[in-house]
Design a protein. Structure first.
Length: 74
């Protein structure tokens, strides 16, 4: 299934028509604005090799939870 056009803005042009199941197994370096060099830094710092690993990384999930909770804090 090709990527929805609304997702094209988050991917490098060469990956816009790849199936989502394939994309999540690729390097975060395919994300628009994230270079291969920066993706290598993510690997060094967090052990992240793929987009799926980035999305499910415990530190990323913890940060998202904190931000979500902070939005509802009175």
């Amino acid at each position: 299934m090709p990527v929805n056009e609304s997702l094209a803005s988050v991917l490098d042009k060469a990956y816009e028509q790849k199936p989502l199941k394939q994309l999540v197994g690729l390097s975060p370096g395919i994300l628009e604005g994230l270079s291969d060099k920066k993706a290598a830094l993510l690997k060094d710092a967090l052990g992240v090799d793929t987009i799926e690993e980035l999305a499910t990384n415990k530190f990323v999930l913890q940060a998202q939870a904190l931000v979500t909770l902070a939005r509802f804090e009175k």
